[in-house]
Design a protein around this ligand. Structure first.
Ligand SMILES: NC(=O)c1ccc[n+]([C@@H]2O[C@H](COP(=O)([O-])OP(=O)(O)OC[C@H]3O[C@@H](n4cnc5c(N)ncnc54)[C@H](O)[C@@H]3O)[C@@H](O)[C@H]2O)c1
Length: 386
């Protein structure tokens, strides 16, 4: 995918504006590099097994380094994907081989501090979710990136699927009339390999709910207010890296969003759902997202991070028909490769950091609503991805 002249000009303009805002413009890495982007991956655990194969095949990516505080993991990943350097911590990584984009795949709790170090060293960042531990920290990271003349983006990449595009267009074209309500759900029995999912700073909202929250806000618009209930269903778990642990954050959540114009939606997520399709979602072909309007309804088939169809029934065509069955090149683990491509070509990606920040604010508001029993108004907003 190459840029159009207009897009490239726009992107360069943004880059120039950002660089101008910086105390010292970023001379190491101008936007629209028109070359392969040098990528370093930090965190060589479970999800790196999905990212690294995708990055290693991405035409505009050159993988130059891996890093993990468990050094054997960084070494093994470097050997497997023929990456020249590996480092045992971020400080060594940032002092070592030069690179343009940090791909942060570490524990949720350290995303904010690692992203900050990378931005301070004028590296662009793609971060797994959440991009920071609080909304305020996320905002500060974006300001820092702008000051440094670099960019930051956060997972997920759900807005890139052809099914998301189909639903967005159907809604915008008025196919389902005036939109009233939506429901989304995602859950499984919880990861067994690492404790951080259940420790403070983890939780089912930033790990699972984040996908549905990004999809529904991406389709229905930013949430104006949130009400939620959360709970802990399983207070103790046994995980591979720490044995028996106490669960400190929600493993069960019900979130209501008010998108304005009368549109209400609901997201449920949790680590206690028996799901015959398991963590990988293999074979899931049921709707996980439903949207209702006055003239029709839409159901997304499969999880929103791996959808493969959209069913639609309308006043004109009452029989439900499955559309958008082609998944194209979309896969959920493509986020970092897409960002590297954007940095090389100058074409602004559909994934937008303001959207990731908004979802972070929704998650924080859901927890505040649980604590206070109140409806929480939100400040943040973002441009519709489509
Ligand atoms: N596993 C999945 O299928 C999956 C899917 C989508 C997103 N994610 C997200 O990816 C992130 C990582 O999840 P995971 O399942 O791979 O966890 P994991 O525990 O398997 O891997 C995390 C890795 O990060 C390393 N690490 C932790 N702190 C570090 C630091 N300060 N510096 C360098 N390395 C550090 C750990 O040693 C570990 O190897 C999380 O944000 C998770 O929500 C995971």
């Amino acid at each position: 995918m190459r840029m159009s002249t207009i897009n490239r000009k726009q992107f360069i303009k943004t880059g120039v504006a950002l660089a101008a805002a910086a105390a010292a413009p970023n001379l190491l890495f101008p936007f629209a590099a028109d070359r392969k982007i040098k990528v370093a991956v930090i965190g060589c655990g479970s999800v790196s097994n999905m990212y690294l194969p995708h990055l290693s095949k991405a035409p505009l990516v050159e993988l130059v380094a891996t890093c993990d505080i468990i050094p054997e993991r960084a070494k093994a990943a470097a050997e497997k994907y023929k990456i020249a350097r590996h480092y045992p911590n971020i400080d060594a990584l940032l002092k070592g081989e030069a690179f343009d984009l940090l791909v942060n795949l570490t524990d949720m709790q350290v995303h904010g501090e690692l992203n900050k170090k990378a931005l301070l060293a004028r590296r662009n960042v793609w971060s797994e979710k959440p991009m920071a531990n609080t909304y305020a920290e996320g905002r500060d990271l974006l300001t820092l990136a702008q000051q440094q003349g670099v960019r930051i983006w956060g997972a997920p990449a759900v807005v890139n699927s052809p099914q998301f595009a189909f639903m967005a267009k159907a809604i915008q074209d008025g196919k389902i009339g005036k939109v009233a309500a939506a429901h989304a759900h995602y859950g499984h029995l919880g990861p067994h390999w690492s404790a951080f999912f259940y420790e403070k700073g983890g939780g089912s909202l930033p790990d699972l709910g984040v996908y549905n929250l990004a999809t529904l806000t991406g389709l229905l618009g930013p949430a104006k207010a949130v009400m939620a209930m959360t709970s802990i269903v399983t207070p103790e778990r046994t995980v591979d890296n720490k044995g028996k642990i106490k669960v400190a954050v929600e493993d069960n959540a019900m979130v209501l969003m008010d998108h304005g114009n009368g549109i209400l939606s609901h997201v449920q997520c949790g680590f206690n759902y028996f799901d015959p399709y398991g963590h990988e979602g293999e074979g899931q072909d049921k709707p996980t997202i439903s949207i209702w309007g006055s003239r029709g309804n839409l159901s997304l088939i499969g999880y929103d991070w791996a959808p493969f169809g959209v069913e639609m029934a309308t006043l004109e065509n009452e029989k439900t028909v499955r559309h958008a069955t082609d998944t194209g090149t979309y896969v959920w683990e493509q986020g970092a490769s897409i960002i590297a491509e954007a940095l090389s070509t100058g074409q602004e990606p559909r994934i937008n950091v303001e959207h990731a920040l908004h979802v972070l604010e929704v998650i924080e508001a859901a927890r505040a609503s649980q604590q206070t029993g109140k409806r929480i108004e939100l400040k943040s907003s973002f441009k519709y991805p489509l």
